[in-house]
Design a protein around this ligand. Structure first.
Ligand SMILES: Cc1ncc(C[n+]2csc(CCOP(=O)(O)OP(=O)(O)O)c2C)c(N)n1
Length: 806
């Protein structure tokens, strides 16, 4: 059997001489796992999760992973990362220690916990690198299964690049779609819905993915019998298996995780077929072990039987590998002992170096503070207390920066009211330290480069005497037509967008004009529609993904929040995914067609732009702006605006609206009314009624919730009116409270107030069905009138006598 494998390996071109190098890697990777756990237990790191027991499968995967390929994996993949040269042992430890420096932890600069990997796809200026010349790893996530939705897009991008002739010129992103997207996932995670949705989507999209399921029988302490029907994931997946070579579906492979030649052979077979024919594969790696248990948060002796523990020892992949090498006489036990010894030394050397590099700059900072306190002692009235403070600082052995900050704070409080050169030094240290650390942990939430949506130049819409009055949807239709024409990387997809042209006809005729791959229908799978967009955008495409209604966006909110919104930040600005999400909401009928859960959304997707245009022309201006930038954004169109007439701009494909700049849609002096989206129309109507009783509100459309009023236009208005009301259709305390906080607290609006700031929102319950249900659930023009009139009545009861209670 073994001899057969060996022959096959020879026949397939894999160099058997690499076996010892593989062994060395496997045992060194094991060593760093062991040391990693020890470091956590000794308190030098917060938490550790490791790839022990999974070494061989990852070595096999690494052998077939080529330049241009993408990994979308999970926290067990350290051996793969080592094997491809994407991670050094030192970097592995640096991440464990949370070394907040990109040169030490290139995956996240200390922002992500250990074993969360990423490789740079953009340069220091935010520009795309040549992805086909690199091994690529999309940035990992902790929520299990979340690597799957974007895998859909990473794989589908290869199909798009292969089949769309116009894309052949983008050589930095793809070599004719030859790239494979490699997913890795644990067996426990296969009980997640997003796993199944992604598997189905990849199959339907005929995309070149290889999904490796590392099956160690447990998800933390829960064995497969509680998680998977029949306890066997490859059995469950049989329905996805293609029945004949020319049929659709997956090729499914099963191989034990301790079988080195078997793994090499399986990955080779899968890779060959997937790469050349774009047939997705699933590799179920069985009989995998977890020698140190799940993570540092518990010990597996508590939930594994003695029998299982013995079995895990016997089937440990590294021990089996050693036996295989010896039985095939590839090496001697002396030589293997030597390799193991070297592995220990290498791992220990890397640990030591990583710790020194992590701790020495912090020690330097501590020393600087000590020196400043020493100087303060010479000049302060509180010498004794400062002396004690200095001793405390000195005694910090492995300080965190938070300790240093805390002592700076104490010293500043102690020396309050004093003036000296030493205190000035302390103040400077404080200021610089705050700035440095805010940057260290807070930079790159949004783009800081030329691809920022905030840097897109505003271009006015141009109209002429010939400009036509058309339905709102026709404006969008022309905008998307221009975008598809302009940039072959623009790909639009979602439910009913292809053949039907969208539920609201904004894409009518565009599939006919640009073909099925540019404007495409998808299944009903909001989560993976967004995942598809994320993965495609990570590979340089410009997806516009449609979610049919705002209410259904909640299905995708997890991945928007955890993956798309955090990507740039969690990689410290080394990856981006400029995906545009499109949906519609605000007002129609019923619970699930009129939701406006904006606070929920904007609180969860910091890192994305959230735009809420009041009409389709504004929406078009925002699509154009986002497409000129390379940042992710969500545009929420107004559901009942598609048939309202608007004038078609002459430059529909070019004009751009600025983000973060509200628009005064009705000037006035008495009270500032701040709103957005569909509420603009209602507030304008209320405003007309208010005009009739002598009140002139200034109505402002905020237009974008993220970013929010970066030019303080609302504050300017408030300075004039001294009164303000925030109005929207979210629940009480929702996005209206967000707007209030921005202006009153953040921008200091409280200073200009002569009346209590107020909010008008929908009711706490969900919107009821029908016109009456809508009226009694959402804010209407009478409510707006009443509230604003009430404010003016309080100001001047003679001029504005009470209407509603007496
Ligand atoms: C969505 C989510 N739920 C729970 C967790 C906590 N958690 C972390 S790892 C893990 C077990 C995953 O098991 P499996 O997929 O078999 O992978 P393994 O760790 O065994 O390799 C769980 C439940 C999580 N990270 N994400």
């Amino acid at each position: 059997m073994t001899q057969d494998y060996t022959k096959q390996i020879h026949a397939s071109g894999i160099d058997i001489d690499n076996v010892l190098a593989d062994y060395q890697l496997a045992v060194t990777s094991r060593q760093v796992s062991l040391i990693g756990r020890r470091e956590v237990m000794s308190g030098k790191a917060k938490f550790g999760i490791f790839g022990d027991g999974k070494e061989l499968a990852q070595i096999a995967m690494a052998k077939v992973f080529k330049k241009g390929d993408f990994r979308s994996g999970y926290y067990r993949d350290q051996t793969f990362m080592f094997a491809k040269g994407l991670l050094t042992f030192e970097q592995y430890f640096a991440q464990l220690y949370a070394h907040a420096d990109e040169s030490a932890d290139p995956s996240s600069a200390g922002r992500q916990m250990n074993n969360h990997f990423a490789t740079r796809t953009i340069d220091q200026n935010g520009k795309w690198l040549n992805l086909v010349q690199m091994y690529n790893s999309s940035a990992d996530l902790s929520p299990v299964g979340s690597q799957m939705p974007r895998l859909v897009g990473l794989a589908y991008a290869s199909r798009i690049y292969r089949e769309l002739e116009q894309l052949q010129i983008y050589e930095q992103f793809s070599e004719r779609g030859n790239e494979i997207a490699f997913g890795t996932v644990g067996n426990g995670t296969c009980a997640e819905g997003m796993f199944w949705e992604s598997i189905n989507a990849i199959g339907v999209l005929k995309s070149p993915a290889i999904i490796t399921i590392l099956d160690d029988g447990y998800g933390i302490s829960v064995p497969n019998e509680y998680a998977l029907l029949n306890q066997n994931i490859s059995d469950l997946l049989l329905g996805f298996q293609r029945q004949a070579p020319n049929e659709e579906g997956y090729e499914i492979f099963i191989v034990p995780g301790w079988d080195y030649p078997g793994l090499l052979n399986t990955f080779m077979k899968a890779e060959k077929m997937t790469r050349s024919e774009h047939i997705p594969s699933i590799i179920h790696v069985t009989e995998v072990t977890q020698p140190q248990g799940h993570s540092t948060s518990g010990s597996h002796e508590r939930y594994k039987t003695r029998k299982r523990m013995e079995w895990e020892k016997e089937f440990d992949c590294n021990s089996r590998f050693r036996e295989w090498i010896l039985s095939n006489e590839i090496s001697s036990s002396d030589e293997l002992d030597l390799i193991e010894k070297r592995a220990k030394e290498d791992a220990e050397t890397a640990r030591k170096k990583a710790w020194e590099e992590y701790s020495s700059p912090i020690i330097d900072e501590k020393n600087t503070l000590e020196n400043i306190i020493e100087l303060l002692i010479g000049t302060s009235l509180h010498q004794d207390k400062l002396f004690n403070l200095k001793s405390e600082v000195k005694s910090l052995i492995s300080p965190y920066r938070r300790d240093i900050m805390s002592y700076v704070h104490k010293a500043l409080v102690l020396t309050r009211g004093e003036k000296s050169q030493a205190r000035q030094q302390l103040l400077n240290f404080n200021k610089n330290y705050l700035t440095e650390n805010q940057r260290r942990y807070g930079s790159h939430l949004y783009s800081e480069h030329d691809d920022s949506a905030l840097k897109v130049q505003e271009i006015d819409a141009v109209y002429s005497s010939d400009s036509k009055l058309v339905n709102g949807f026709e404006i969008l239709n022309a905008c998307f037509d221009a975008a598809l024409e302009r940039d072959p990387k623009v790909i639009i997809f979602g439910q009913d967008v292809g053949l039907l042209g969208g539920m609201n006809q904004a894409l009518r005729g565009l599939q006919d004009k640009y073909g099925e791959l540019r404007v495409t229908d998808t299944g009903i799978r909001e989560l993976t529609i967004v995942g598809q967009a994320i993965g495609m955008a990570m590979r340089g495409l410009r997806p516009i993904a449609e979610l049919q209604y705002l209410d259904y966006l909640i299905y995708a909110l997890q991945i928007m929040s955890d993956d798309l919104a955090t990507l740039r930040w969690r990689t410290n600005g080394s990856q981006k995914a400029p995906a545009i999400l499109r949906t519609r909401g605000h007002r129609l009928e019923g619970i699930w067609h009129s939701g406006s859960q904006l606070a929920g959304i904007i609180n969860l997707v910091r890192g994305m732009h959230v735009l809420v245009p009041r009409n389709m022309t504004q929406a078009a201006g925002f699509y154009n702006a986002l497409l000129k930038s390379e940042e992710p954004g969500l545009i929420i169109e107004v559901l009942n605006g598609y048939r309202i007439k608007e004038t078609m701009p002459e430059n529909i494909g070019e004009f751009c609206l600025p983000l973060g700049v509200p628009e005064i849609i009705q000037p006035g002096n008495d009270v500032t009314l701040v709103t957005y989206g569909a509420m603009c129309r209602i507030v304008l109507e209320a405003s007309q009624s208010l005009n009739s009783v002598g009140i002139k509100p200034e109505v402002i459309d905020v237009r974008t919730l993220l970013p929010f009023d970066i030019k303080s236009i609302i504050l300017e208005s408030l300075r004039k009116t001294s009164r303000i009301v925030f109005i929207d259709e979210d629940v009480p305390g929702g996005a209206s409270a967000y707007m209030l906080q921005k202006i009153i607290d953040e921008q200091g609006g409280y200073y200009w107030l002569d009346s209590k700031p107020q909010t008008i929102s929908a009711k706490s319950h969900r919107p009821a069905y029908g016109s009456d249900g809508d009226y009694w659930s959402k804010p209407n023009k009478e409510i707006v009138f009443k509230k604003v009139y009430g404010i003016m009545n309080e100001v001047n009861p003679i001029k504005y006598p009470d209407i509603f209670s007496s």
